[in-house]
Write a protein that binds this ligand. Structure first.
Ligand code: KIV
Ligand code: NA
Length: 268
């Protein structure tokens, strides 16, 4: 399993970091088998597996429930777990308490927080021994304010993002997710930091990539964001498989000899 100290080393050596989201036992198991460097139990689970239209409704209990299943499916993979909406903004003490609780309850390797508003929370969590991953650019918990679109598209916003990136690094973050920002800005941020940047919709000149499991495999998805390239089609395979099963039941072709217990219990 990777350790937090490996991330900077991989960046230094120019080895790209692979990350994908996982939300349950089978997705974690597959990702570990595929040799992913790290998994993210993203609060995107609100949309991908719970059917909400944003991540805002996701609770601490939801994150714990899913993260524990991911840990069972990927016992030997570095796992990052998202802090859900509303659990790290009210005040620093409660926020730090919540970070510690989520880390402890899930057996995660790191906790991820969106935005640059929580610099003190990052510093104190790291001091308390919790590796922290930061997340800048499009931060989906704020879509009510920002919308689901590219962020930092003008120079002032880009300069602010660079300042925020330096601040999260100085506070002790060990990785930085950059979501939906122009690729030249992502490249610049990557060059000024020692910690690796993990891009999602941030171009190729970053230190690693993360995508949502359900997007990579087209599983329950209808429309993919511009920055996704799918690598399998679970939607088609799943509907075909289920239709074939239903048709076989209707036709009386399932179950057959091979799928039936044949021990006789009644006399003729
Ligand atoms: O929840 C999530 O899936 C994420 C990634 C998009 C980085 O935070
Ligand atoms: Na997230």
């Amino acid at each position: 399993m990777k350790a937090t100290s490996d991330w900077k080393q991989m960046k230094k050596e120019g080895e790209k970091i692979t990350m994908v989201t996982a939300y349950d036992y089978p997705s974690a198991k597959q990702s570990e088998s595929a040799g992913m460097d790290t998994l993210l139990v993203g609060d995107s689970l609100g949309m991908t597996v719970l059917g909400y239209d944003s991540t805002v409704q996701v609770t601490m209990d939801d994150m714990i429930h899913h993260a524990k299943a991911v840990r069972r499916g990927a016992p030997d993979t570095y796992i990052v777990v998202d802090m859900p909406f509303g659990t790290y903004h009210a005040n620093v003490d409660d926020s730090v308490r919540n970070v510690l609780d989520l880390y402890q309850a899930t057996d995660a390797n790191a906790i991820k927080l969106e935005g640059a508003g929580g610099i003190d929370i990052i510093r104190r969590a790291v001091q308390a021994g919790v590796p922290v991953v930061a997340h800048l650019g499009l931060t989906p918990q704020s879509v009510g304010v920002t919308g689901f679109k590219m962020q930092a598209s003008d120079e002032a916003a880009a300069m602010q993002l660079i300042q925020d990136a330096k601040a999260v690094e100085a506070a002790g973050a060990s990785m930085l997710v950059l979501e939906a920002i122009p690729s030249d800005l992502a490249e610049k941020v990557t060059s000024v930091l020692e910690i690796p940047t993990i891009g999602i919709g941030a171009g190729v000149n970053v230190d690693g990539q993360v995508l949502v499991y359900h997007d990579v495999l087209q599983y329950g998805t209808e429309r993919l964001p511009k920055f996704v390239r799918p690598y399998a089609d679970f939607n088609t395979a799943g509907v075909q498989g289920l239709s074939s099963y239903a048709a076989a039941v209707k036709a009386g072709e399932f179950p057959d000899e091979a799928t039936t217990y044949k021990r006789k219990v009644f006399e003729e």
